[in-house]
Design a protein around this ligand. Sequence first.
Ligand SMILES: [Zn+2]
Length: 431
Amino acid sequence: MIMQAIVQENSRNLNAHPYGTTPTTLTQCSRCILDLNDDPDLGLDKHGICHHCRAYDIQQKLYLKEDSEGEKLLREKVARIKESGQGKKYDCILGLSGGVDSSYVALIAKQHGLRPLCVHFDNGWNSEIAVRNIHNIVNTLGFDLETYVIDWEEFKDLQLAYLKASVIDIEVVTDHAIYSVIYRLALRHGINYVLSGQNIVTEGVLPSRWGWNIKDFVNIKAIHKAFGQKPLRSYPLLSRSMKKQIAKSGIETVEFLNWMPYRKAEAIQTLQHEVGWLNYGNKHHESIWTRFFQVYILPRKFGVDKRKAHYSNLICSGQMTKEQALSKIEKPAYDPALLEQDKKFVLKKLGLTEAEFEAMMAAPPRSHKDFDTEGSLFHYYPVLKPLRPLWEQYKRIMKKDKGLVQIFLLLTVSPVLSFPGTTILAVMQSV
Ligand SMILES: [Zn+2]
């Protein structure tokens, strides 16, 4: 009886979500437009509000300062950046993609008298609009621009490796390189501050299964080892020693956009007026690859429509109503004729035939965790690698009948190791 009670109690803990209860009959958040198809782990509270909305509220409360407190934070930070840049050519560094967020940060930097080194990472997929935006910004604002052009053949091989691996976050190979290039340049120029376009009001909501840690160089190397054909000679991999060097340098990332009322529509208007900025449509569509990835590959292969997270974010920050979001989501994300044009361009640039690409699209998705990851037990203790097939088998069983396996472990492992059942469950949940 006592053991049964413990199992029941622990089963309840297992189903408890940090932000609410596991949904039963409800399938869509009552506030945003995310549902169980977007995130099978969607936790809805008693009001039907999902854990992403709750997490947004927490971020908003802790980090978003749209009032005089934000103004003060910004003023103080600008003063510190200027002070640290005395006697140097640049006092901060800023990655420019030609998109709204980073372009707007450039404008803020100019308005506050900062002297950033602007960096653009050219992975070969820039749209003409993105290139024109970048040049309009640096020319109008009088900033220096350093463009890092990646070895295309090497980068193409890496993108193809990710496509062959069937993992969801192919953008990691770009985001990792951008991060690495910016911090390497900051170290080289003795710059202490990185201005980031990241912000809560447009980027605070994203189901975790849609992405992967951009700093995970181990995962990149493992996927490349499994499917790559060319050695990674010049790709700016962010190794562990480089990460240590960055951490030691004390370089600070600054998110100005969280210290002001940042509204996308207004930002676009300002940019158009001030720097002749050109609008390219949806978020991240400044890159031909990214828009094809988001509009074609993600929905068709992974069942993910990134607009749902973006619009949900705008609902949370009061920039869009749920009705507007639902109406927009009904429409195609991109002109179907242009999408076909993009598809031809992408396939030709990647050297893929239609049949090869369709085979990749048809292959079942795999987890990034199917490959070595930074922080994984098998990476740090290669001696355990022979146990990996057993571990994979365990995960397969867990996926099929999680409850039974967990109850079995609770009844066996927990008493033997004298660990509380909740600890065992917490560890299993985190793997
Ligand atoms: Zn929600």
